[in-house]
Every structure is written in structure tokens, then in C-alpha cells.
Design a binder for this molecule. Structure first.
Ligand SMILES: [Zn+2]
Length: 109
């Protein structure tokens, strides 16, 4: 992903991660596939720091889970994460609405 795209899309990707974590525990590889499905090409070197950052900010909490004899780090949303997702949803709805209006609100001259 190019730097200017990365800066524009990172908030959207974080919201996307929270959305899925609100429905089921997530892990890196599956989340990367999901983001690819939505047209975001994001590698482990980008996604894992993003997950760590969400955990550091208290929006996700990770646990190690044994899957077929291998340790896998899975992330669950926290109550703070749910609240953040709720607020972000309202922001995205607002933006979506204005993006699809014929004319955005006129700014003060
Ligand atoms: Zn999705």
C-alpha cells in the first residue's frame, strides 16, 4: 500500500478490525484475508503492529489459544473497543452520507 493511501485508509482498516472482533475472536491471518476481500492489501508487517496498537490502547485484548497443537494469538474486543466502534460507526455513517450528497455542506467563505 502506498504511503498516502495508508494514511487515508488506516482508520478505516482499524474500524474494520474492530467490527469483526465484535462478532468473533480474530487472528492475524484470517483478518488479512478478510481485508484482502475488501480490497485492502495489507501484509503481516503492517497488520500485526496495527493489532498491537489496538491492544495497547485497550480496544482489543489478546490471548494465546492452542489450535491443533500450535499457539495462536487471538484478539477479542473489549468493552472500550465496543464503545469506540459504536462511535466510529456514527462517524462513518455521517461521512458516508455526505460523500453521497450531490453537494457537501458549503463552508463559510
Ligand atoms: Zn469484513
Amino acid at each position: 500500500m502506498l504511503k498516502h493511501q495508508r494514511e487515508l485508509y488506516f482508520g478505516l482498516i482499524r474500524i474494520h478490525v474492530l467490527l469483526h472482533a465484535a462478532h468473533q475472536p480474530i487472528f492475524g491471518l484470517a483478518m488479512m484475508e478478510e481485508l484482502t476481500h475488501h480490497g485492502y492489501r495489507i501484509g503481516p508487517g503492517t497488520l500485526y503492529p496495527l493489532l498491537h496498537g489496538l491492544e495497547r490502547n485497550g480496544l482489543l485484548k489478546s490471548v494465546l489459544r492452542n489450535v491443533d497443537g500450535r499457539e495462536r494469538r487471538v484478539y477479542k474486543i473489549t468493552p472500550l473497543g465496543r464503545k469506540a466502534l459504536e462511535k466510529a460507526t456514527a462517524k462513518v455513517d455521517e461521512l458516508h452520507h455526505e460523500l453521497h450528497e450531490d453537494h457537501p455542506r458549503k463552508l463559510a467563505p
